[in-house]
Design a binder for this molecule. Structure first.
Ligand code: KG4
Ligand code: ZN
Length: 349
């Protein structure tokens, strides 16, 4: 089965073609193409994403990215189309939806509307080894951490999700982005902070930031206080120190570790309480190497009976391959009543 996926939920225009072969109990998911056109350079000038600017870029990029994706997939006939309908930036979502609808009408293909958060979870099923043997995987606890969301989800199977916790204010990725802006490190903040944190030499200047809500008896998060703590610390330093490489490295190290500590603590608490068979990570922040490493170590030590699933780094940040896979698992939603497909910026899982 060949599926064409589109994602334009934020600042990446992405188109992908995948080939799914269902040979029980194995499911082979092959990525034929996964083209991601990033608008990072454009938005970096503004220190964040401007929805209407992003929409215009999607409009410009979609035909080019589609052409590349089709060329790479070498003319394989498409069975259906999957497109992100939410959550995301509304003008951007509509751009992708309308483009997908036009194409679907031209080719007389059904469309499957896709939830972007579910796609970040199902990105874990990419690969030749992907197992369909759900007894080994579920129940699972999923941590989805992106620029707009931080959610803990109890997953009893594909399509069976229960939101057990989420951020009450900023998302983890947003905290990385805002803290980087305060430190003058540009956009997106996650990779910039990770790079500086890696250069920090332990034992030198040390900074202590809060770990918001870490010991509270719930699965919710809060990251806006962490960003404010960064702002106050910077303001309290002399301009010379506040701008020094040594200070910025120490601060980046502490920001990264504070976010990792909270994410790991709450996820492991949920994993233990719900006695899950696996922990599933997804979303842009899970591209963070330190987070990946520490999750691996902690799970091995504290809940060795649970298996950790993290997508390949290239499938953590926004991409259309994960949208196509999610469309595969939601085939029953396929429709040729194209007008029914609508954007929902606040779509819930
Ligand atoms: O999933 P994603 O690509 O887009 C959304 O759906 O929001 O996530 C983007 C977020 C940004 O906030 C970015 O700073 C963060 O993921 N991010 C990272 C890293 N790479 C991207 N955060 C920490 N470390 C990284 N290496
Ligand atoms: Zn995303």
């Amino acid at each position: 089965m060949i599926i064409l996926g589109f994602d334009t939920s934020c600042d990446e225009t992405s188109v992908s073609l995948i080939d799914v072969q269902d040979k029980e109990p194995y499911l082979k998911i092959k990525i034929l193409s996964n083209i991601v056109s990033s608008q990072v350079k454009l938005h970096a000038k503004h220190g964040g994403v401007y929805p209407f600017l992003a929409q215009r870029e999607h409009q410009k990029n979609l035909p080019v990215v589609l052409k590349k994706a089709l060329r790479q997939a070498q003319g394989k006939p498409i069975n259906f189309i999957g497109v992100t309908v939410g959550p995301g930036l509304e003008p951007c979502l509509w751009q992708g939806i309308n483009f997908a609808k036009n194409l679907a009408q031209k080719l007389n293909l059904p469309i499957v509307p896709v939830n972007h958060m579910e796609a970040h979870i199902l990105a874990n099923f990419i690969g030749e080894k992907s197992q369909q043997n759900s007894k080994k995987i579920f129940p699972a606890v999923c941590l989805v951490v992106s620029g707009g969301h931080t959610q803990l989800i109890l997953m009893k199977g594909i399509g069976k999700y229960e939101l057990i916790g989420e951020t009450r204010d900023d998302a983890a990725g947003e905290c990385f982005d805002k803290a980087a802006k305060i430190l003058g490190l540009g956009y997106p903040g996650g990779p910039a902070i990770a790079k500086m944190a890696k250069e920090f030499v332990r034992g030198r200047a040390s900074i202590k930031l809060p770990r918001p809500m870490i010991y509270q008896k719930n699965y919710d998060f809060s990251f806006s206080g962490l960003k404010t703590a960064v702002l106050y610390d910077v303001r309290n330093r002399s301009p010379k120190i506040g701008k020094s490489k040594e200070y910025i490295r120490a601060m980046c190290f502490e920001i990264e570790q504070a976010i990792i500590d909270v994410l790991i603590h709450k996820t492991l608490k949920a994993a233990k309480n719900f006695k899950v068979k696996s922990v599933i990570l997804g979303g842009g922040v899970t591209a963070n190497n330190e987070l990946r490493k520490q999750f691996k170590e902690k799970i091995k030590k504290e809940i060795p009976y649970s298996k950790l699933h993290i997508p390949d780094i290239k499938y953590c940040t926004d991409n259309a391959a994960m949208i196509a896979i999610t469309a595969y698992f939601n085939q029953k939603k396929a429709t040729k009543d194209w007008q029914k497909i609508k954007a929902d910026a606040n779509l819930k899982i």
